[in-house]
Design a protein around this ligand. Structure first.
Ligand SMILES: *Cc1c(COP(=O)(O)O)cnc(C)c1O
Length: 378
């Protein structure tokens, strides 16, 4: 049976074919596996390389993303690090200009070892074309980007990538496979901070690197077992559990986000709202075409630093914390938190200043959320 995505989040093969008919995937809390005979293996030898609980999770992610293979890593950053290890000194990568701050920090480390990165607004294909060199090996994209929600046209990017033999890497954390499946749109590698929407409960740090073809998958598996940045069996179990409610969480989060975005627009203290679900967002149409939703991340610019302070100090229900994607609504101050390590001139060009806030909308009652924002702004 070819089930729809909501059903597949719960009823994957992995969730079905367990010993003793176990309805949830068991936690195989073991580092090693005995060999049935000389030169024989049960399929598992050592948990750095593979573990049955983690393998179940990896298969679930692969089939949600339409990937050939997925490795489950100890964090999103670990997944990005493995991804960058595929490249060599001299290779050039063109990136979306407002990436997750931790990614920019890591790219700077790799720059010291000879990789080259160029940043541009990838929602304009012309900007990318201008930066192409014979050494360009990959496009590294976030769509929507973080935190200014730029949308990159993945269909158009795929044509350009094919003309020049360039890999497309998409960090799909913001929309998750529920709303967007980049491999179906031509991406070669998909990265996730599993810590965010896939987990959904702010109780695990995890990451994924999904590959479209066997060739990339083989190289990644080798790096993965060599480096050892694997996710533990218990955290793998929590991820499987979280993913069961991915669809229902994302729907509710998006429903709330649309209402909050509209409410923010109606307030005089709010100067600009960045949310790809609003018709006036410059990437609205491209996002509608390539994704199944606009997610629940909203950024906004307020009128003064005092308003920022008021909001951050007075919210009660909404938590002032640095993450996203969970059932709890969070508010982040990117300038000093997620994007604190991004060079100042880059931050200012993007508008990530002292009046800029980002919100990850949760699944609470919408009236409670708006009431909380209302009292904070009073
Ligand atoms: C959080 C995040 C990461 C890093 O993931 P960790 O799980 O925190 O290591 C990477 N990309 C994006 C878009 C993120 O939001």
């Amino acid at each position: 049976m070819d089930y729809k995505l909501e059903t597949r989040c719960i009823h994957s093969q992995e969730n079905k074919n367990q010993p003793f008919g176990a309805v949830s995937v068991p936690i195989y809390q073991t580092a090693i596996f005995s060999h049935p005979g000389i030169g024989e293996s049960s399929g598992y030898d050592y948990s750095r390389e593979s573990n049955p609980t983690r393998a179940s999770l990896e298969n679930i992610i692969s089939q949600l993303e339409g990937a050939q293979d997925t490795v489950a890593c100890s964090s999103g950053m670990a997944a990005i690090s493995i991804c960058l290890s595929l490249f060599q000194a001299g290779d050039h990568i063109i990136c979306s200009e407002d990436l997750y701050g931790g990614s920019v920090r890591m790219f700077r480390q790799y720059e010291e070892r000879g990789l080259r990165f160029s940043y541009t607004n990838t929602s304009e294909l012309e900007n990318i074309k201008r930066l192409l060199t014979p050494e360009t090996k990959a496009f590294y994209i976030e769509t929507p980007s973080n935190p200014t929600m730029q949308i990159t046209d993945l269909f158009a990017l795929k044509q350009l990538a094919d003309e020049h033999g360039i890999l497309i890497i998409v960090d799909n954390t913001f929309l998750s496979p529920y709303f967007q499946t980049p491999i179906q749109l031509g991406a070669d590698l998909v990265i996730h901070s599993g810590t965010k929407f896939l987990n959904g409960h702010n109780d695990v740090i995890a990451g994924f690197l999904c590959s479209k073809d066997q060739n990339l998958a083989k190289k990644i598996r080798f790096l993965y077992k060599t480096v050892g940045s694997c996710l533990s069996p218990f955290d793998s179990y929590l991820m499987i559990r979280g993913i069961k409610t991915l669809a229902i969480r994302q729907e509710r989060q998006q429903e709330n986000a649309i209402q909050i975005a509209k409410w923010l627009q109606s307030r005089k203290e709010i100067v600009k709202v960045y949310y790809p679900g609003l018709k006036e967002h410059p990437g609205y149409e491209v996002n509608q075409r390539q994704a199944r939703g606009s997610g629940s991340m909203i950024s906004f610019q307020v009128d003064s630093k005092e308003t920022v302070e008021k909001i951050l100090q007075k919210v009660e229900l909404i938590t002032y914390a640095e993450s996203l994607g969970g059932v709890e609504t969070l508010i982040t101050y990117p300038m000093i938190q997620t994007h604190g390590d991004v060079p100042k001139e880059m931050r200012e060009r993007l508008g990530i200043n002292e009046r800029f806030l980002r919100m990850s909308v949760g699944i609470e009652n919408i009236e409670d959320l708006i009431e909380d924002l209302e009292q904070a702004l009073e």
